[in-house]
Design a binder for this molecule. Structure first.
Ligand code: M6R
Length: 608
């Protein structure tokens, strides 16, 4: 959620810290701050809003110092004001924090009873106040850190400065990720390897429960009990992924148009196109032997999983239990240890997804991760990793990660079908040929529909609400369309199974309600058309997304019909994702919202 970066070395740090924060802004962007030690004192600059405000402040009032910690915030406790922005200072202690201190209120009461005065509404301030108290009680920096970590519960990544040890950064991790980077006479700390990429590609990820002491000469890593531990030093590939918007107005637009290329990379990993067979990479889980599959994820990744469920059940006859991770982990689902579980996540750091993974791991299930960030905690905690190879996705609204997740799930489901003997070699070949066609079809669809989606978006931008309908795999896609529209345009939108319309949502239909119907000419088509009739009869304004056969078969009058090429049912969800992404994108552009960093959201959600 929040992003942390820190440097200790022999050169000024504040400008470099802010540059590194820019690469972490996807984690949160409601306020930011940086603290250094110079002339034996802690000093800081903080600003509400985007990083630009902090940069402006620093330009007018520079911050010297060879050691510093910095933070970009996604508010949990306390409004996104400058006063609540990190770093928090108390009595010679500076703290930045990502996560939630769950027992903050109890610690705060004790500290207040002891005479402390709090100046922010954040949970983080208890860490600073507690450390300051422990130092006043006579503990040195390391001892205070160890004692503080024994007192706090919850999820945290922390970086701490003490004014009286101006060459040392203390750091701790329980939950949200933290990476230590190695330089020449300099050490770095960051929420991820991308933040550190311009400084170093040699990194060590702290394990859960670890804490660390960084000086310019190196790092000591300790476990929760304070015992020295060694964690692997690895070469990160993050530097290869430094990105910009190219000729596009927004990262989201760029990422939409990258899809044909990245999907072809993703497929290349799972499919042997010369033989038209699914390759060994898709069999890192022994699908033939498992009795069932559990899938869990959040947001868009969950909707990809829901489409995956249709495929695993249809092609591999494999029963799938799926739920959003925040429910899954608490449901007490009767899961067999012989089963496997797939966790889908672009960032690989989503707290609820990770908690569901650990829950399944404790039950003894085989764990698979469908992730974009292959160095992430979810990837590192899994038995089998299925990278989606989408490249960095910067726009908060997920687009290319979604279709790459789908492409990988489609390949896994076909591979599982082969392994379980529920599809023949010839059927596998046909399905793989359909997958192989996908990048080319996506490129031509993107090219063909763009002007139409833009002019439709002009109309949609005038609406207050929208309904998306679909059946089969188009039902999760309808939910994804609604999620995409609401998160970036702030128009209220809901996605429903088309058959559910008459059980309640139909009450919302009138001449002001746009209804986006996603209906390829598949085995559900006629039924969806009947639901469309019900909308038309009540004056609803239908935006009909179909294929050539569907357009020819439907005689209904619509506000607009988007006609895509006829494609096989397996690849339809990826192709039909394109108009819903473009519709949301252009609507948001017309509304003038912050498309890449919509309000209240963050790209990586590392709190429950
Ligand atoms: O990084 P993850 O894939 O685990 O993130 C899950 C969701 O937070 C994410 O898909 C979210 O719903 C997106 N903003 C949707 O566009």
């Amino acid at each position: 959620m929040c992003g942390i970066v820190a440097i200790v070395g022999t050169r000024p740090v504040s400008e470099r810290l802010v540059d590194a924060l820019k690469r972490l802004e996807y984690r949160g962007y409601d306020s930011a701050g940086v603290a250094t030690i110079h002339d034996g004192q802690l000093d800081r600059r903080r600003a509400e809003g985007k990083l630009f405000n902090l940069e402006t402040k620093l330009a007018g009032d520079p911050l010297p110092g060879l050691i510093g910690i910095a933070h970009t915030r996604w508010a949990t406790h306390g409004a996104p004001t400058e006063n609540n922005a990190h770093p928090h200072f108390t009595d010679g202690v500076a703290v930045v924090h990502n996560g939630i201190i769950e027992n903050f209120s109890e610690i705060k009461d004790t500290l207040i009873a002891d005479g402390a005065t709090f100046s922010t509404q954040t949970d983080t301030e208890v860490v600073a106040q507690l450390l300051a108290k422990l130092r006043r009680d006579g503990l040195d920096g390391r001892e205070a850190m160890q004692a503080m970590l024994r007192s706090v519960t919850g999820a945290y990544a922390l970086a701490v400065l003490f004014a009286d040890t101006p060459g040392t950064i203390l750091a701790a991790r329980s939950g949200p990720p933290l990476a230590v980077g190695y330089g020449e006479q300099e050490m770095f700390l960051g929420s991820d390897a991308i933040a550190l990429a311009p400084f170093t590609n040699e990194i060590t990820y702290l394990n859960d429960g670890d804490w660390a002491v960084l000086t310019a000469d190196g790092v000591d890593i300790l476990d929760h009990d304070g015992n020295p531990v060694t964690r692997p030093r690895q070469v990160s590939i993050a530097a290869a992924y430094m990105v910009d918007k190219g000729n596009h107005r927004h990262f989201m637009e760029k990422e939409i148009y990258e899809q044909p290329e990245v999907i072809s990379h993703a497929l290349g990993h799972y499919v042997d196109f010369t033989e038209n067979r699914v390759s060994a990479a898709a069999s890192a889980i022994d699908f033939a032997r498992i009795p069932s599959l559990a899938i869990s994820a959040c947001g868009t990744a969950y909707l990809a999983g829901l489409i995956g469920k249709y495929w695993f059940e249809r092609y591999a006859r494999l029963p799938v239990e799926i739920d959003v991770a925040s429910e899954f982990r608490y449901r007490d689902i009767p899961l067999s240890p012989d089963a496997a579980a797939l966790f889908i996540s672009q960032s690989g750091e989503t707290a609820d997804t990770l908690a569901s993974l650990r829950y399944c791991k404790d039950l003894g299930l085989t764990i698979g991760a469908v992730v974009n960030a292959s160095e992430s905690t979810i990837a590192r905690s899994s038995d089998a990793v299925f990278p989606i190879l989408a490249g960095p996705e910067i726009g908060v609204a997920s687009t290319k990660a979604f279709t790459c997740q789908l492409a990988v799930l489609a390949a896994l489901a076909v591979g599982a079908g082969r392994a379980r003997g529920t599809i023949s070699i010839e059927e596998e070949r046909v399905l793989v040929r359909h997958l192989a066609e996908m990048p080319r079809i996506m490129a031509s669809v993107l090219n063909a529909i763009q002007p139409k989606m833009e002019s439709l978006a002009r109309e949609l931008a005038k609406c207050q609400d929208a309904i998306y309908l679909g059946r089969g795999t188009s039902f999760p896609l309808a939910m994804e369309g609604a999620l995409k529209l609401k998160e970036i345009s702030y128009i209220h939108a809901e996605g429903y199974a088309a058959g559910e319309l008459k059980h309640g949502p139909i009450a919302l239909i009138d001449e002001n309600m746009p209804v986006i119907v996603i209906a390829p000419h598949d085995r559900f088509f006629e039924k969806t058309i009947s639901n469309m009739q019900e909308v038309a009869a009540r004056g609803g304004r239908i935006i009909f997304i179909t294929d050539e056969r569907g357009a020819a078969a439907s005689k209904l009058e619509t506000m607009s019909t988007i006609v895509l090429p006829n494609v096989d049912e397996l690849i339809a969800p990826m192709i039909f994702s394109l108009p819903i992404q473009l519709l949301a994108y252009h609507t948001a552009v017309f509304m003038g919202t912050d498309v890449d960093q919509p309000r209240n959201l963050a790209k990586s959600v590392t709190v429950e």
